[in-house]
Design a protein. Structure first.
Ligand SMILES: [Zn+2]
Length: 149
């Protein structure tokens, strides 16, 4: 597994490469060294390398949404196709369709969450006008961006 290869750059192609790489590897979107996840899907509180505060991270149900739309929906067609083409006994679905659906939807959750968090960091995505409120909630410095603390 390779590390995200280069530090954060500002042009779009590099930005995308950085987001994809750090999200895929679960690495800190600021330094590319520390771990983004404390467990399977739990985002850590601070980067163990550069100290980035992950309280900005709010992917919410984004990973589940994208997993459903991008993976579960097409997989459902594959399973229906399997049923229509081969008309297998129901137990065949237990050993094909159920694991395909389970692993197909669960495995991508972590990289999708990583991409969303990295994208949020790189694009400084925060609800407009909420910087003061975030600072109040987190007891952080309102004059500095939530992403720089
Ligand atoms: Zn870091």
């Amino acid at each position: 597994m390779a590390e995200p290869d280069e530090p954060l750059k500002t042009d779009d192609a590099n930005k995308w490469r950085w987001i994809l790489s750090s999200g895929w590897h679960g690495r800190c979107p600021r330094c590319g060294e520390g771990h983004m996840f404390a467990s399977w899907l739990k985002v850590t509180e601070r980067c163990d390398a550069c100290g980035l505060d992950y309280r900005f991270a709010a992917p919410d149900d984004g990973p589940a949404f994208f997993s459903l739309c991008i993976i579960a929906f097409p997989l459902a067609f594959v399973i229906v196709w399997l049923e229509v083409m081969f008309d297998p006994p129901i137990w065949v679905h237990l050993f094909t369709s159920v694991p395909i659906m389970l692993f197909g939807c669960l495995l991508p959750l972590r990289p999708i969450k990583g991409w969303l968090v990295a994208s949020q960091y790189v694009n400084r995505a925060q609800e407009a006008g909420t910087q003061g409120l975030w600072a109040k909630l987190h007891g952080s410095d309102a004059s500095r961006s939530e992403f720089d603390q």
